[in-house]
Design a protein around this ligand. Sequence first.
Ligand SMILES: [Zn+2]
Length: 303
Amino acid sequence: MSPNDTPPVCDYEGSHYRTDFWVAERAYEDAVERVALEALLPPTGARLVEIGAGYGRLVDLYHGYAQVVVLDYARSQLLQARERLGDAGPGGAPRYRYVQADFYRLPFAAGLFDTVVMVRTLHHAADAPAVLQGMSRILGPNGTLLLEFANKRNVKAILRYLLHRQAWSPFAAEPVEFAALNFDFHPRWIRRHLTAAGLRVVQTRTTSHFRLGALKRAVPTDVLVAMDRLCQPTGALWQLTPSVFHRALAPADKTPAAPDAFFRCTVCGSTLLVDEGEHLTCVDCGVQFPFQDGIYDFRGGSR
Ligand SMILES: [Zn+2]
Protein backbone atom coordinates (compact mmCIF):
# COMPACT_ATOMS: atom_id res chain seq x y z
CA MET A 1 0.00 0.00 0.00
CA SER A 2 1.37 3.42 -0.86
CA PRO A 3 0.96 6.40 1.49
CA ASN A 4 -1.62 7.83 -0.89
CA ASP A 5 -4.18 5.07 -0.98
CA THR A 6 -4.87 4.68 2.73
CA PRO A 7 -7.97 6.33 4.23
CA PRO A 8 -7.51 9.62 6.12
CA VAL A 9 -6.17 9.33 9.68
CA CYS A 10 -7.40 11.23 12.73
CA ASP A 11 -4.48 13.30 14.00
CA TYR A 12 -4.17 14.47 17.61
CA GLU A 13 -1.12 16.59 16.73
CA GLY A 14 -0.72 19.53 19.09
CA SER A 15 -3.94 18.76 20.96
CA HIS A 16 -4.34 19.17 24.71
CA TYR A 17 -5.69 15.65 24.80
CA ARG A 18 -4.05 14.78 28.10
CA THR A 19 -5.04 17.76 30.21
CA ASP A 20 -8.35 18.70 28.61
CA PHE A 21 -9.82 15.32 27.94
CA TRP A 22 -8.38 12.87 30.44
CA VAL A 23 -7.35 14.68 33.56
CA ALA A 24 -10.26 17.10 33.66
CA GLU A 25 -13.26 15.05 32.58
CA ARG A 26 -12.58 11.36 32.28
CA ALA A 27 -11.42 10.03 35.66
CA TYR A 28 -14.22 7.44 35.64
CA GLU A 29 -13.55 6.23 32.08
CA ASP A 30 -9.80 6.08 32.74
CA ALA A 31 -10.31 3.99 35.89
CA VAL A 32 -12.76 1.49 34.38
CA GLU A 33 -10.59 0.99 31.30
CA ARG A 34 -7.69 0.15 33.61
CA VAL A 35 -9.86 -2.38 35.44
CA ALA A 36 -10.72 -4.07 32.13
CA LEU A 37 -7.15 -4.05 30.85
CA GLU A 38 -5.76 -5.49 34.09
CA ALA A 39 -8.30 -8.31 33.92
CA LEU A 40 -7.58 -9.14 30.27
CA LEU A 41 -3.88 -8.41 29.78
CA PRO A 42 -1.41 -11.32 29.90
CA PRO A 43 0.69 -10.01 32.82
CA THR A 44 4.10 -10.82 31.36
CA GLY A 45 5.69 -11.19 27.96
CA ALA A 46 8.65 -10.28 25.79
CA ARG A 47 7.12 -7.59 23.62
CA LEU A 48 3.96 -5.46 23.58
CA VAL A 49 2.81 -2.65 21.33
CA GLU A 50 0.04 -0.18 22.07
CA ILE A 51 -1.34 1.36 18.89
CA GLY A 52 -2.80 4.82 19.38
CA ALA A 53 -1.11 5.09 22.76
CA GLY A 54 -1.29 8.89 22.82
CA TYR A 55 0.75 10.34 25.66
CA GLY A 56 1.12 6.87 27.21
CA ARG A 57 -1.88 7.05 29.55
CA LEU A 58 -2.05 3.25 30.01
CA VAL A 59 1.61 2.32 29.60
CA ASP A 60 2.25 1.82 33.33
CA LEU A 61 0.06 -1.31 33.06
CA TYR A 62 2.67 -3.00 30.85
CA HIS A 63 5.39 -3.33 33.52
CA GLY A 64 5.57 -7.12 33.07
CA TYR A 65 6.91 -6.82 29.51
CA ALA A 66 10.57 -6.67 28.54
CA GLN A 67 9.92 -4.30 25.67
CA VAL A 68 7.02 -1.91 25.11
CA VAL A 69 6.43 -0.08 21.83
CA VAL A 70 4.45 3.14 22.17
CA LEU A 71 2.91 3.96 18.79
CA ASP A 72 0.88 6.98 17.79
CA TYR A 73 0.28 9.12 14.73
CA ALA A 74 0.87 12.42 16.54
CA ARG A 75 4.46 13.36 17.32
CA SER A 76 3.52 15.77 20.11
CA GLN A 77 1.73 12.94 21.96
CA LEU A 78 4.83 10.72 21.67
CA LEU A 79 7.08 13.52 22.90
CA GLN A 80 4.88 13.82 25.98
CA ALA A 81 4.99 10.04 26.45
CA ARG A 82 8.78 9.95 26.24
CA GLU A 83 9.10 12.88 28.61
CA ARG A 84 6.95 11.03 31.16
CA LEU A 85 8.35 7.51 30.71
CA GLY A 86 11.90 7.91 29.39
CA ASP A 87 13.54 5.14 27.36
CA ALA A 88 13.47 2.50 30.11
CA GLY A 89 11.53 1.80 33.27
CA PRO A 90 13.13 1.35 36.73
CA GLY A 91 15.87 -1.31 36.58
CA GLY A 92 15.93 -1.15 32.78
CA ALA A 93 12.61 -2.90 32.10
CA PRO A 94 10.45 -2.40 30.31
CA ARG A 95 12.42 -0.80 27.54
CA TYR A 96 10.37 1.65 25.54
CA ARG A 97 10.44 2.40 21.84
CA TYR A 98 8.48 5.32 20.44
CA VAL A 99 7.11 4.94 16.94
CA GLN A 100 5.22 7.46 14.86
CA ALA A 101 3.11 5.66 12.26
CA ASP A 102 -0.42 5.24 11.00
CA PHE A 103 -2.42 2.17 11.85
CA TYR A 104 -2.90 1.13 8.23
CA ARG A 105 0.85 0.74 7.71
CA LEU A 106 2.28 -0.79 10.87
CA PRO A 107 6.08 -0.75 10.47
CA PHE A 108 6.80 -4.10 12.12
CA ALA A 109 7.87 -7.57 11.03
CA ALA A 110 5.09 -10.18 10.92
CA GLY A 111 4.73 -12.23 14.10
CA LEU A 112 6.73 -9.77 16.22
CA PHE A 113 4.50 -9.21 19.26
CA ASP A 114 3.16 -11.27 22.16
CA THR A 115 0.52 -8.64 22.81
CA VAL A 116 -1.07 -5.85 20.79
CA VAL A 117 -3.26 -3.30 22.61
CA MET A 118 -5.64 -0.81 21.02
CA VAL A 119 -7.92 1.35 23.19
CA ARG A 120 -10.11 4.23 21.97
CA THR A 121 -8.41 4.20 18.60
CA LEU A 122 -10.35 1.90 16.27
CA HIS A 123 -13.23 4.38 16.40
CA HIS A 124 -11.11 6.65 14.17
CA ALA A 125 -10.75 3.96 11.50
CA ALA A 126 -12.67 4.46 8.26
CA ASP A 127 -11.41 1.02 7.22
CA ALA A 128 -11.49 -0.92 10.49
CA PRO A 129 -11.13 -4.37 8.87
CA ALA A 130 -7.79 -3.26 7.38
CA VAL A 131 -6.61 -2.15 10.83
CA LEU A 132 -7.64 -5.49 12.36
CA GLN A 133 -5.83 -7.39 9.59
CA GLY A 134 -2.70 -5.33 10.23
CA MET A 135 -2.74 -6.03 13.96
CA SER A 136 -3.27 -9.72 13.32
CA ARG A 137 -0.25 -9.77 11.00
CA ILE A 138 2.17 -8.51 13.66
CA LEU A 139 0.99 -10.96 16.36
CA GLY A 140 3.13 -14.00 17.02
CA PRO A 141 1.82 -17.55 17.65
CA ASN A 142 -0.84 -17.54 20.40
CA GLY A 143 -0.42 -13.76 20.54
CA THR A 144 -3.07 -11.66 22.25
CA LEU A 145 -4.98 -8.72 20.84
CA LEU A 146 -6.66 -6.50 23.43
CA LEU A 147 -9.12 -4.39 21.54
CA GLU A 148 -11.46 -1.72 22.83
CA PHE A 149 -14.13 -0.49 20.45
CA ALA A 150 -16.98 2.02 20.62
CA ASN A 151 -20.28 0.13 20.63
CA LYS A 152 -23.11 1.62 18.58
CA ARG A 153 -25.64 -0.75 20.19
CA ASN A 154 -25.54 0.91 23.62
CA VAL A 155 -28.49 1.71 25.89
CA LYS A 156 -28.35 5.46 25.25
CA ALA A 157 -28.30 5.02 21.46
CA ILE A 158 -31.14 2.49 21.62
CA LEU A 159 -33.30 4.87 23.68
CA ARG A 160 -32.55 7.81 21.41
CA TYR A 161 -33.43 5.71 18.38
CA LEU A 162 -36.70 4.48 19.90
CA LEU A 163 -37.63 8.07 20.83
CA HIS A 164 -36.90 9.21 17.25
CA ARG A 165 -34.10 11.48 18.41
CA GLN A 166 -31.48 9.63 16.38
CA ALA A 167 -31.77 8.70 12.71
CA TRP A 168 -29.37 5.75 12.55
CA SER A 169 -30.31 2.36 13.89
CA PRO A 170 -28.12 0.94 16.68
CA PHE A 171 -29.18 -2.52 15.54
CA ALA A 172 -27.81 -2.28 11.99
CA ALA A 173 -24.52 -4.11 11.57
CA GLU A 174 -22.67 -1.46 9.57
CA PRO A 175 -20.49 1.12 11.41
CA VAL A 176 -21.93 4.60 11.89
CA GLU A 177 -19.82 7.73 11.39
CA PHE A 178 -21.50 10.00 13.94
CA ALA A 179 -18.89 12.75 13.47
CA ALA A 180 -16.08 13.14 10.94
CA LEU A 181 -13.65 10.21 11.40
CA ASN A 182 -15.51 8.98 14.50
CA PHE A 183 -17.13 5.58 14.13
CA ASP A 184 -19.21 3.38 16.40
CA PHE A 185 -19.37 -0.34 15.66
CA HIS A 186 -21.86 -3.13 16.16
CA PRO A 187 -20.44 -5.94 18.35
CA ARG A 188 -21.45 -8.57 15.81
CA TRP A 189 -19.67 -6.71 13.01
CA ILE A 190 -16.46 -6.41 15.05
CA ARG A 191 -16.53 -10.08 15.93
CA ARG A 192 -17.04 -11.03 12.29
CA HIS A 193 -14.06 -8.97 11.18
CA LEU A 194 -11.84 -10.27 14.00
CA THR A 195 -12.64 -13.78 12.81
CA ALA A 196 -11.91 -12.78 9.22
CA ALA A 197 -8.54 -11.46 10.40
CA GLY A 198 -7.74 -14.89 11.86
CA LEU A 199 -8.33 -13.95 15.50
CA ARG A 200 -10.48 -15.81 18.02
CA VAL A 201 -12.34 -13.90 20.73
CA VAL A 202 -11.88 -15.65 24.08
CA GLN A 203 -13.00 -13.03 26.60
CA THR A 204 -15.17 -9.91 26.56
CA ARG A 205 -15.73 -7.13 29.09
CA THR A 206 -18.05 -4.18 28.88
CA THR A 207 -16.99 -0.86 30.42
CA SER A 208 -18.48 2.54 31.15
CA HIS A 209 -21.83 1.17 32.29
CA PHE A 210 -22.45 4.47 34.10
CA ARG A 211 -21.23 7.01 31.56
CA LEU A 212 -23.93 9.58 32.25
CA GLY A 213 -23.07 13.16 33.11
CA ALA A 214 -25.67 13.44 35.89
CA LEU A 215 -24.56 10.18 37.50
CA LYS A 216 -20.90 11.12 37.31
CA ARG A 217 -21.64 14.41 39.05
CA ALA A 218 -23.86 12.88 41.76
CA VAL A 219 -21.93 9.71 42.69
CA PRO A 220 -18.27 9.60 43.81
CA THR A 221 -15.98 8.25 41.08
CA ASP A 222 -14.64 5.37 43.18
CA VAL A 223 -18.18 4.14 43.84
CA LEU A 224 -19.03 4.21 40.13
CA VAL A 225 -15.76 2.41 39.34
CA ALA A 226 -16.50 -0.31 41.91
CA MET A 227 -19.97 -0.80 40.40
CA ASP A 228 -18.53 -0.91 36.89
CA ARG A 229 -15.97 -3.51 38.01
CA LEU A 230 -18.83 -5.75 39.14
CA CYS A 231 -20.71 -5.29 35.86
CA GLN A 232 -17.79 -5.78 33.44
CA PRO A 233 -17.91 -9.61 33.26
CA THR A 234 -21.51 -9.43 31.95
CA GLY A 235 -19.85 -8.42 28.68
CA ALA A 236 -19.50 -12.15 28.03
CA LEU A 237 -23.32 -12.35 27.85
CA TRP A 238 -24.44 -9.06 26.27
CA GLN A 239 -22.88 -5.77 25.23
CA LEU A 240 -25.00 -2.65 25.77
CA THR A 241 -22.34 -0.21 27.01
CA PRO A 242 -20.66 2.47 24.87
CA SER A 243 -17.31 0.73 25.24
CA VAL A 244 -16.40 -2.97 24.84
CA PHE A 245 -13.11 -4.84 25.35
CA HIS A 246 -12.22 -8.11 23.62
CA ARG A 247 -9.30 -10.43 24.26
CA ALA A 248 -8.64 -12.29 21.01
CA LEU A 249 -5.95 -14.85 20.20
CA ALA A 250 -3.81 -15.49 17.14
CA PRO A 251 -3.43 -19.11 15.96
CA ALA A 252 -0.78 -21.33 17.58
CA ASP A 253 0.71 -22.28 14.22
CA LYS A 254 1.66 -18.74 13.16
CA THR A 255 5.27 -18.10 12.28
CA PRO A 256 7.07 -15.89 14.80
CA ALA A 257 9.30 -13.06 13.58
CA ALA A 258 12.96 -13.95 13.01
CA PRO A 259 15.07 -13.17 16.11
CA ASP A 260 16.84 -10.24 14.42
CA ALA A 261 13.76 -8.78 12.71
CA PHE A 262 11.91 -5.82 14.14
CA PHE A 263 10.92 -2.97 11.84
CA ARG A 264 9.38 -3.40 8.41
CA CYS A 265 9.66 -0.92 5.57
CA THR A 266 6.23 0.62 5.00
CA VAL A 267 7.06 1.21 1.32
CA CYS A 268 8.34 -2.17 0.11
CA GLY A 269 7.72 -4.53 3.05
CA SER A 270 11.36 -5.46 3.60
CA THR A 271 12.52 -6.15 7.16
CA LEU A 272 16.11 -5.30 6.28
CA LEU A 273 16.53 -1.82 7.73
CA VAL A 274 19.92 -0.47 8.67
CA ASP A 275 20.33 1.86 11.65
CA GLU A 276 22.28 4.90 10.46
CA GLY A 277 21.91 7.05 13.54
CA GLU A 278 19.53 9.76 12.41
CA HIS A 279 17.51 7.42 10.27
CA LEU A 280 16.78 3.82 9.36
CA THR A 281 17.48 2.98 5.73
CA CYS A 282 15.68 0.20 3.88
CA VAL A 283 18.27 -2.04 2.22
CA ASP A 284 15.83 -3.15 -0.48
CA CYS A 285 14.26 0.13 -1.66
CA GLY A 286 16.54 2.79 -0.17
CA VAL A 287 13.80 4.72 1.66
CA GLN A 288 14.90 6.47 4.84
CA PHE A 289 12.84 6.77 8.01
CA PRO A 290 13.96 9.52 10.43
CA PHE A 291 14.93 8.83 14.04
CA GLN A 292 14.86 12.07 16.01
CA ASP A 293 14.21 12.94 19.67
CA GLY A 294 14.04 9.21 20.41
CA ILE A 295 11.12 8.72 18.00
CA TYR A 296 11.10 6.53 14.88
CA ASP A 297 9.06 8.26 12.19
CA PHE A 298 7.37 5.94 9.71
CA ARG A 299 4.66 8.29 8.51
CA GLY A 300 6.45 9.39 5.37
CA GLY A 301 9.69 7.80 4.19
CA SER A 302 11.86 9.50 1.59
CA ARG A 303 14.63 8.42 -0.74
ZN1 LIG B 1 11.79 -0.62 1.50
